[in-house]
Design a protein around this ligand. Sequence first.
Ligand code: MN
Length: 193
Amino acid sequence: MAFSLPELPYALDSLEPHISRRTLEFHHGKHHQAYVNNLNKLIEGTPFAQADLEKIIREAEGGIFNNGAQVWNHTFYFTGLNPKPKEKPEGELKRAIEGAFGSLDALMEEFSKASATLFGSGWAWLVKTKDGNLDIVQEPNAGNPLRRGLQPLLTCDVWEHAYYLDYQNRRPDYIESFWKMVDWSVVEKRFNG
Ligand code: MN
């Protein structure tokens, strides 16, 4: 069973001006694709040859973990964005956010801080904990909260390849733009499902 690159759920230029077509061409077409290709090569003839990505994330080490997690993380990141996103969470998720953080603004402030202060390459995550609470965590490199028993709800890719063509060293500006693309209807589905 070989993995393949999932198509983006929107056109390459549709996230402009927040993320350019050129960034998506590289980020999805080159980086995400490379993780898929590397993973397919690495799992051949190993116990992970027939495994799904969740199993690889939970159990693999080294290159198989790194590439498998990066495949999953990028698909999760790209599908959390939309050119015409639902701009505010409602229902159970809204109540959970207010319970955990006080307000959506406070969640966004804490998540932005986690994204901006992550040293080097990695991911900031909004997660649901085992007891159903919300939390924000940082993961370096290919890290994924599934490995710690946390359920991912939203992620921001802060590897430089996610923003350097558009923002150069201005990671905080990229994070500000990230919020304009976050589709809360997707986050609600992940939270309720
Ligand atoms: Mn990336």
